[in-house]
Design a protein around this ligand. Sequence first.
Ligand code: ZN
Length: 150
Amino acid sequence: MVDELDELYREVILDHYRSPRNVRPLADPDVVEEGNNPLCGDEVVVQLKLKDGRIDDVSVRGRGCSISRASGSIMSEAVKGKTPDDALALSQRFRELMRGSGDDASGLGDAGALQGVRKFPIRVKCALLAWTALEQGLEARVVKAQAGRG
Ligand code: ZN
């Protein structure tokens, strides 16, 4: 594992792990979604505050390995200020990058640094954990909004 760490833990990842962004809980979130990755023991809680059709504030709190925690921090920065549609599109691109079906890390910002993780398939779930919770939370909300409209 130590050999793998050299490759996995790039500076960006370490920085997010050591100083995770957006970890304080939100007072009155519009979206709350939990995720867990039993393979590794990672847990995450994603909270979103929506305002004027955008993700106004984000909180990502997690427990687990450095990859899952760094990825959660990176996700929180990446989607802040975006519309839910743009956040979902970004998440989809990140997923494609991690699954190896896409090679284009442009526009992904710090998330592109996680590309190296895909060489270690067991850690891909760690990297996707917070993003999956984001997607599920946003999609559940969209379904609710459409149901409410009818
Ligand atoms: Zn993990």
